[in-house]
Design a protein around this ligand. Structure first.
Ligand code: NAP
Length: 287
């Protein structure tokens, strides 16, 4: 990244900080070209002191000389922030949004700007272990796509998709995914405590079992279907078979599938500026 124009972060929260850390640590951008913009002076000063980056409490001023503007505010703040930035972003700059539910069309129409990347990272991005799905408007140049890829790689792995519709799917699967995993792990830990383990030991057993299982799946030379790995640990009449019988009987697989579908619908609803609270429709559906 050669130019001296800035990468300006609108919304100096945890995700922006993760990007800043990744960009500096991986020598992808020098700190003096990074600018954090937000309303709270103390937070900006904290980031500036820690990483030697620039800051501005005025979003419009902060993007004046930007070549990339990263939008990293909470979804509820997005409308106000976009309106405030109208016609302020240099026409040739790239807008890179990580804000859940904010569509390219919405960002483009409010900002009067066309070079837009929309992305969906996830929580492990905060330690550089995330996975981000992203797409770009047709006006984004090849160089800008490479720049977006580079910035997003500061958060972990990234996958480019042609169609924006994949972003709502990614929101439901990988964006919201850590919530499912943490709930699953929490339930396992509680079950371990119920069996009689001290919580500390149950937590260690569960965390290592999850991490080891993921590595066992992803670090193989020849990819295998997950069902085959599950079969490997399911001996006839054994403990896994007994446990899986109960999980299937309780509708484990269906519950996961429906939960992810509900998250997908919710993401689409939020993208259309829908209700702020999703109702539980199970009663209407006779469930
Ligand atoms: N966290 C995740 O794991 C995750 C995963 C996927 C996607 N995302 C997306 O990433 C975005 C940021 O999430 P986050 O977790 O980093 O949130 P966060 O920590 O709350 O950061 C948001 C930041 O925006 C600042 N802000 C508020 N109003 C502003 C304004 N008018 N102008 C500029 N900045 C303003 C806030 O400042 P104050 O603190 O002073 O209010 C805060 O520093 C969200 O849209 C979310 O959908 C997050």
């Amino acid at each position: 990244m050669a130019e001296n124009r800035s990468i300006s972060f609108i919304g100096p929260g945890v995700m922006a900080e993760a990007m800043i850390v990744g960009l500096i640590r991986n020598h992808l951008e020098s700190p003096e070209n990074l600018i954090a913009c937000g309303p709270r002076h103390e937070r900006l000063e904290e980031l500036s002191n820690q990483y030697q980056i620039g800051f501005n409490t005025d979003n419009r001023e902060g993007v004046k000389n930007a070549r990339v503007v990263v939008l990293s505010v909470k979804p509820q703040r997005m409308d106000r922030v976009l309106s405030g930035l109208q016609n302020a972003v240099p026409l040739d700059a790239l807008i890179l949004s990580i804000v859940a539910g904010a569509t390219i069309e919405k960002i483009s129409s409010i900002l009067c700007h066309h070079n837009i990347v929309r992305s969906m990272p996830n929580t492990p991005a905060q330690i550089g272990e995330g996975i981000t799905v992203w797409t770009a408007s047709s006006e984004v140049s090849g160089n800008q796509k490479e720049e977006a890829r580079c910035i997003l790689s500061a958060l972990g792995d990234e996958i480019y998709v042609e169609e924006e519709s994949y972003l709502d799917m990614a929101t439901a699967l990988s964006g919201t995914g850590p919530a499912y995993i943490f709930l699953f792990m929490e339930a396992m830990v509680d079950a371990g405590v119920h069996l009689g383990f001290p919580r500390r030991i149950a937590e260690a057993l569960v965390a290592k079992t999850v991490r080891g299982s993921v590595d066992y799946y992803t670090k193989r030379e020849d990819p295998v279907h997950l069902a085959r790995l599950r079969n490997e640990v399911t001996s006839p009449g054994g403990t896994s078979a007994a446990a899986i019988y109960y999980l299937e009987k309780a509708g484990f697989r269906t519950a996961i599938s429906r939960a992810i579908w509900a998250a997908y619908e919710r993401s689409r609803e939020l993208g259309k500026g829908g209700r702020t609270h999703a109702p539980d429709r199970s009663a209407e559906n006779g469930e």
